[in-house]
Design a protein around this ligand. Structure first.
Ligand code: FE2
Length: 157
């Protein structure tokens, strides 16, 4: 049926607003962290910022993942081709790993701040690793949604 794709990917306006705000917040935090970490010689002067931003990142991620899981495209994928279901499950499992990584990062930055260590290069390196893993995860999610939509539209013809 032609209506199925529209119905499946409709999100109510208030919920959509929340998703948009979450994305903006997450984008801002990641952007600030990237700029901070990129400037290696100055990083030692920004241990407090590093601690604050990684803490904000951890909290925003908890919200982000909860929102994504509530959003429902993972559940919607269950009625689709088995490979989509499998891929969606694997991506959802990555949320736990990524959150643990962000939690560890915030803890590490807080340790540096607490002991007055002004050489937090390790925190910077761990952030770069997190950034890579998280970006890969986000791209894979977008690719999956696009694939699922394409398949849906194809099936409706
Ligand atoms: Fe995700």
């Amino acid at each position: 049926m032609a209506q199925t794709p529209q119905k499946r990917f409709t999100v109510n306006a208030a919920f959509f607003q929340e998703i948009k705000e979450d994305h903006q917040q997450l984008h801002d935090i990641m952007d600030q962290l990237r700029r901070l970490v990129d400037n290696k010689p100055a990083l030692g002067n920004h241990v407090a910022d590093l601690a604050n931003l990684t803490e904000a990142l951890r909290d925003q991620l908890a919200f982000h993942f909860a929102l994504e899981e509530a959003y429902g495209y993972f559940e919607d994928a269950i009625g689709m081709a088995p490979w989509i279901h499998e891929k969606a499950g694997a991506l959802r499992d990555q949320h736990g790993e990524l959150f643990t990584q962000a939690q560890d990062l915030a803890e590490l930055a807080a340790d540096y701040l607490q002991r007055g260590d002004d050489d937090p290069a390790e925190v910077g390196e761990r952030f770069v690793e997190f950034d890579r893993a998280f970006s890969e995860h986000e791209s894979a999610e977008v690719a999956l949604i696009l694939n699922a939509m394409t398949q849906d539209v194809g099936a409706a013809d």
